[in-house]
Ligand binder design. Structure first.
Ligand code: UDP
Length: 352
């Protein structure tokens, strides 16, 4: 079986680490990786291939830094050329980026079955580019690997054939379990002289592109008397400059970190504040509560269990949540499977 995997953005490299490692144990299963170049900075891309031992991409496209339409269009054209050359049995895509949609669309038009990992998630906010990418990818995929019963139900509600849906848990849990053993303390950490800290990430376009929302987020974080470490995504860096936002003194901005350092920060922080999808789940995997800088989330199970609080961009809600939110250890287990997602996916694909 020849699987062609399309990757493009940081969370996809991280998810791919689990699958590519599992695949190595299966004889007769070959994986070819296409990197669309959607994320291209060293610390947003290459670091993950190196430290997570992900096989190097056979094809590297250069489609980053463009508008959504231009990026998706170029990816579609170039992935089609590669598919015609490689003739894979299956195209595998992860998550909800432009690379996900372009990979799926190029494949389905050539009648190559598409496997979508992290299918069925919905924010029900169609202004998010990610939501459009998810809905369209799910509609054209043959194998929908969903992380939870709720995601399965979302697909059934949209009329997706039940036989295509497989509840396999969350592949990021496989990744979290494996790399927790290998986590690394960032070399700058001790120089910050912090006893306790909150870990924060901010990158989602709906927050960064709106000057008022972004400045409210920083205002809310600044109202807290706690130290906050913020590894800053390149998009947010440029938007802070563009919107001329001043950074409160309790916020320590650092460069984006590699995954092994990120896990160390997640394990050692008191609380996580984020607008990232992946980081919300990692908070739970590492036993931390999460404050989410969004109005809605795809990972609704965490909110329903009281482990995640949605505060949007309201400065006082943010500040109150940082003060009040419980900080004891979480002991609710296995909301998103048992960490064997990659193996389940391979077995299902092999069987078909
Ligand atoms: N991450 C990382 N370094 C950072 C920030 C995030 O390795 O400086 C990891 C994080 O642990 C998670 C993934 O990147 O596994 C989440 O990616 P991102 O927040 O960019 O995207 P999303 O999950 O929202 O799609």
């Amino acid at each position: 079986m020849k699987i062609l995997t399309v990757l493009g953005a940081r969370p996809q490299f991280i998810k791919a680490a689990a699958f590519s490692r599992a695949i190595k144990k299966y004889e007769g299963v070959e994986e070819i990786i296409v990197h669309t170049g959607q994320h291209y900075d060293q610390n947003m891309s290459d670091v993950f291939f190196k430290e997570m031992d992900i096989p190097l991409p056979k094809y590297r496209l250069h489609t980053g830094g463009k508008t959504h339409g231009a990026m998706t269009g170029q990816q579609l054209e170039k992935i089609e050329e590669i598919l015609l050359l490689e003739k894979p049995d299956i195209v595998l895509v992860y998550g909800d980026t432009n690379s996900t949609l372009a990979g799926a669309l190029a494949a389905v038009k050539l009648h190559i079955p598409v496997a979508h990992v992290e299918a069925g998630l919905r924010s029900y906010n169609r202004k998010m580019p990610e939501e459009i990418n998810r809905i369209l990818t799910d509609q054209i995929s043959s194998y929908l690997f969903v992380p939870s019963i709720g995601a399965r139900q979302n697909l059934l509600n949209e009329g997706v054939n039940e036989g295509k849906i497989f509840v396999v848990g969350d592949i990021m849990y496989d990744v979290s379990l494996f790399y927790k053993e290998k986590m690394i303390k960032p070399n700058w950490f001790d120089s910050l002289n912090l006893n306790n800290f909150i870990l924060c990430t901010i990158h989602r376009a709906e927050n960064t592109d709106d000057a008022i929302k972004l400045s409210n987020i920083f205002k809310g974080l600044g109202l807290s008397n706690k130290d906050i470490i913020l590894p800053l995504h390149p998009r947010t860096v440029s938007k802070i400059k563009e919107h001329n936002i001043s950074i409160p003194s309790n916020i320590k901005i650092v460069e984006p970190v590699g995954y092994l350092e990120m896990v160390w920060l997640e394990v050692h922080c008191d609380l996580i504040v984020t607008d990232s999808g992946g980081v919300q789940k990692e908070a739970y995997f590492h036993g931390k509560y999460c404050v989410t800088l969004r109005e809605e989330t795809e990972w609704i199970e965490l909110v329903n269990h009281g482990l995640n609080k949605l505060v949007g961009c309201n400065d006082s809600l943010i500040a109150n949540a940082l003060c009040d939110f419980a900080q004891s250890e979480i002991d609710i287990k296995n909301i998103y499977g048992n960490g064997s997602t990659a193996y389940q996916i391979i077995r299902i694909l092999e069987a078909y």
